[in-house]
Design a protein around this ligand. Structure first.
Ligand code: RB5
Length: 144
């Protein structure tokens, strides 16, 4: 699978480790930055990742910042994105099974690296359940 990944400075270290983890598991990973632990603004990295998912350049995305909220808020401004914040294995499973998240967002300051690896694995191995969850997803866009 081709996976896009991004982080801000707070998630930089985890991003570097997750890139290695995903590569070991045979995935093709495209890194949308940041490229160091120097302070940056999460939106500068979330938007390019969102566009790559929307254009089909990558099949799924992973985003990491301190709390996960800045990344999730930015990503979810994009029409083709359902970015879901997860902080443990159960939530990572449900964010795919119930919410069909095409971007997994994780909080580097509130989850261990080991937990992030578990969350990535779980989210990637889980199927969307469809049915009533599809109906709920269909109601997410704002109707004007
Ligand atoms: C950076 O200090 C922090 O604000 C950012 O990583 C994130 O938590 C924002 O939502």
């Amino acid at each position: 699978m081709t996976i896009g990944i991004c982080s801000d400075h707070a998630g930089y270290e985890y991003k570097s480790e997750l890139i290695k983890y995903l590569a070991r598991r045979g995935h093709n990973v495209i890194d949308y930055g940041t490229d160091s632990a120097a302070s940056v603004d999460y939106a500068d990295f979330a938007h390019p990742l969102a566009r790559a998912v929307e254009k089909g350049i990558v099949e799924r995305g992973i985003a990491i910042c301190g709390t996960g909220n800045g990344m999730a808020m930015t990503l979810n401004h994009h029409k083709g994105i359902r970015a879901g914040l997860a902080w443990n294995k159960e939530v990572a499973k449900l964010v795919k099974e119930h919410n069909d998240a095409n971007v997994l967002v994780m909080p580097a300051r509130f989850a261990t690296l080991t937990m992030c690896r578990i969350m990535v694995k779980t989210w990637m191995e889980t199927e969307f359940a469809g049915g009533r969850h599809q109906r709920r997803i269909d109601k997410i866009p704002v109707k004007r």
